[in-house]
Design a binder for this molecule. Structure first.
Ligand code: NAD
Ligand code: DAU
Length: 356
């Protein structure tokens, strides 16, 4: 049996593929467009591994997806592919509409057409798992209860609106066509291979290069943080035992204000790689104008996945953030290649002209 993963060269997708191949025998077909966020260096350790089949392409390319389904007959499709950065969605929403809405629609159509021709037992066994976000639920007041799976959808950014649309399409394909779908709505991930446009990796790499650490507004916006390997374990568990048509909220039980996150990262860097001049990294913190429409608080109630599927995060924020900071300190070349843009040459360097 094989699984097809989309977006498997991105942050969460690459962690998922690495963990999957380390823990399961099933091969992975990895379909990724390699946008700026796709980085095959994340998967460098899989070089030569016959169980990893990488295909550069778009989830919106129906002919390509249909041919991959026919060729590899996957027992499941896991959709990680998306435009994922809220600030980019504010500056240019078009790509978000194309990939997150139109792309997901085309992927669903291609999968539905292939699935419809399977024998009855294959139809029942197949799964389409859609990876989504807590941002679809909108913003919470400070003392409001955390998001449950039945919270209304109130997306506030072009990114979250596009993810909300994709969730609705996935739901509709189950209710209308009977496609066996599962949806996960997760909180903020952090960990290895996180692209340094997002808060935590940006703070680590800026701190180390002596640059300002930009905090939007008053820095009191609250997010729930989940170590990426815990998210990957949750997805494996939902794929294994989730009930078709259901959604599962995935979170870390780690609600923290942005300013506290940045301060904790600075304190860890002070301990693990102190500045040569002895000045604390927190002195680099700079408040900058707020993100337009910035959601004030997200919080995930992850009791359903714990009660029904017995999943809980293994890491606390203290253990996960220490591993994360240490990973960035141990991988200066990965950081340098991302910063210089040369990670995008990796495909040419590593894959073109390779003897068959
Ligand atoms: P990412 O931006 O790091 O990676 C996205 C990947 O998708 C990249 O490799 C990119 O090349 C690929 N991609 C983009 N458009 C594509 C297309 N049209 N066809 C094929 N591939 C395409 O994102 P991430 O942080 O790894 O997030 C993965 C998924 O998880 C997304 O769906 C995101 O909405 C969701 N999510 C992310 C977080 C988080 O904290 N990062 C939290 C909850 C949910
Ligand atoms: O909640 C899940 C979501 O988490 C995912 O769906 C998104 O794909 C993912 O990008 C992430 O979205 P956020 O907007 O929460 O992540 P980001 O790292 O961009 O920002 C985290 C918080 O930090 C947010 O409140 C904005 C703030 N921030 C961010 C950046 C980049 C800053 O204060 N300064 C910054 O420079």
């Amino acid at each position: 049996m094989t699984i097809l993963v989309t977006g498997g060269a991105g942050f969460i997708g690459s962690n998922f593929v690495l963990d999957w191949l380390a823990t399961c025998s099933e091969p992975v077909v990895n379909l990724d467009k390699l946008t700026y966020a796709g980085n095959l260096e994340n998967l460098a350790e899989l070089e030569g591994n016959p169980r990893h089949i990488f295909v550069q392409g778009d989830i919106g390319d129906t002919a390509l997806v249909e041919s991959l389904m026919r060729e590899h007959q996957p027992r499941a499709v896991l959709n990680f592919a998306a435009e994922s950065h809220v600030d980019r969605s504010i500056h240019g929403p078009e790509a978000f509409i194309q990939t997150n809405i139109v792309g997901t629609f085309r992927l669903l159509e291609a999968v539905r057409s292939w699935w419809g021709q399977l024998p009855a037992d294959g139809k029942v066994r197949f799964r389409f798992l859609h990876v989504s976000t807590d941002e679809v639920y909108g913003s919470l007041e400070k003392t409001a209860p955390a998001f449950t799976e039945s919270h209304s959808y109130e997306p506030n950014s072009p990114y979250s609106a596009s993810k909300a649309s994709s969730d609705h399409l996935v739901r509709a394909y189950h209710h209308t066509y009977g496609l066996p779908v599962l949806t996960t709505n997760c909180s903020n991930n952090y960990g290895p291979y996180h692209f340094p446009e997002k808060l935590i990796p940006l703070v680590i790499v800026n701190a180390l290069s002596g640059k300002p650490l930009p905090v939007y507004g008053d820095g009191q916006q609250i997010r729930d943080w989940l170590y990426v390997k815990d998210h990957c374990a949750a997805i494996r568990r939902v794929l294994e035992a989730g009930v078709c048509g259901e959604t599962y909220n995935v979170g870390g039980w780690n609600e923290k204000a942005n300013l506290d996150i940045v301060t904790e990262v600075c304190a860890l860097l002070d301990e693990l790689r102190p500045r040569e001049d002895g000045v604390h990294y927190r002195m680099q913190i700079t408040h900058v104008p707020d993100r337009p429409g910035h959601d004030r608080r997200y919080a995930i109630d992850a009791r359903k996945i714990e009660r029904e599927l017995h999943w809980r995060p293994a890491e606390t924020f203290a253990t996960g953030i220490r591993k994360t900071v240490q990973w960035y300190l141990d991988h200066p070349q990965w950081v340098a290649n991302v910063q210089s843009g040369s990670y995008r040459d990796w495909v040419a360097q590593n894959y073109e002209g390779r003897p068959a």
